[in-house]
Design a binder for this molecule. Structure first.
Ligand SMILES: [Zn+2]
Length: 296
């Protein structure tokens, strides 16, 4: 079984997670830029984070046999903070980079005028750069949030078939599907969707344009939820081809719209800018400059 997790925040996860994900069949991930859990105080903080999503994290993933791409954006929550919004002017020079496969996650958090402006501006950036967009829907008042999101996309230069609308559930799946967008579902340990509800939605609405993700981050979450959905699909009578479609071919098709998806990690580099993920090497072996083990 091959699995592509189309939304996971690996920066917040350990190497044990990478090992467990590989063992479960995960061979590719997309990491959307998001909120750190505490406010950023300047655009420079975004730029260091973007650089790590483009450099260190794909290097780290490749050591475990997993292809890593990212989506970059000003996230919905920080679109409300005037200390952060100037990062919108920096985004164009990042969106041209090879490993960026979409603009995201963008969308609404509290549905404020500042969020309206950031969403519209970033949909335009996606259209300008030939990229699709990953659009988060709010966790409160979901149907109203979805409708307002779809309205803004319809007014933008980006067609709905280049938009992945994420964090859908039973109340939003039908309207989202009717709009022609791609359908994202985040499966969590105890909030939002679980495996059983996900499989029921697949039974009712079919696997077309459906992507399932763990959205695992620094909170309570499970990077193996994609595999657990696949296993339950098989137990409930879906075919291996259905599983491959939802857990591999659909995310490949969506992020492939960028023209930048490269799933070959057969020969990872030993170091990234002189740093490795190794620790505690024998004293007589030279250590790469800048390795924290050297400094210790
Ligand atoms: Zn996320």
């Amino acid at each position: 079984m091959r699995i592509f997790d189309p939304h996971i925040h690996m920066t917040s996860r350990t190497t044990d997670d990478y090992e467990a994900m590989y063992a479960a069949g995960v061979r590719a991930v997309v990491e959307p830029a998001f909120w750190l859990g505490q406010p950023r105080t300047s655009p420079a903080s975004f730029l260091d984070y973007f650089d790590s999503l483009l450099g260190w994290e794909p290097f780290r993933a490749a050591q475990y046999g997993i292809a890593h791409h990212c989506t970059l954006a000003l996230n919905p929550k920080e679109a409300n903070d005037p200390r952060c919004t100037p990062v919108l002017d920096e985004l164009p020079r990042y969106l041209v980079k090879d490993n960026v496969v979409a603009v995201g996650e963008i969308g609404y958090d509290s549905m404020t005028p500042a969020e309206d402006a950031a969403l519209a501006a970033q949909l335009q950036l996606a259209a300008d750069h030939g990229l699709p967009a990953l659009v988060h829907t709010p966790h409160r008042d979901k149907l109203a949030g979805l409708r307002r999101t779809l309205d803004v996309v319809r007014e933008s230069a980006l067609p709905l078939d280049r938009v992945l609308v994420d964090h859908l559930n039973e109340t939003t799946v039908k309207e989202a599907k009717d709009s022609g967008c791609w359908l994202g579902f985040s499966v969590y340990p105890d909030t939002k969707m679980d495996e059983e509800r996900m499989v029921a939605i697949l039974r009712d609405h079919g696997p077309e344009r459906v992507l399932v993700n763990s959205a695992a981050d620094w909170g309570r979450s499970d990077p193996l939820k994609t595999r657990k959905v696949a296993d339950l699909m098989l137990a409930e009578g879906f075919t291996e081809d259905d599983v491959d479609r939802v857990l591999w071919r659909n995310p490949v098709a969506f992020y492939g719209l960028s023209g930048r998806l490269d799933l070959d990690v057969s020969a990872p580099d030993a170091t990234h800018e002189g740093n490795s993920i190794l620790r505690g090497q024998p004293r007589d072996e030279p250590r790469p400059a800048g390795d924290p083990a050297t400094e210790a």
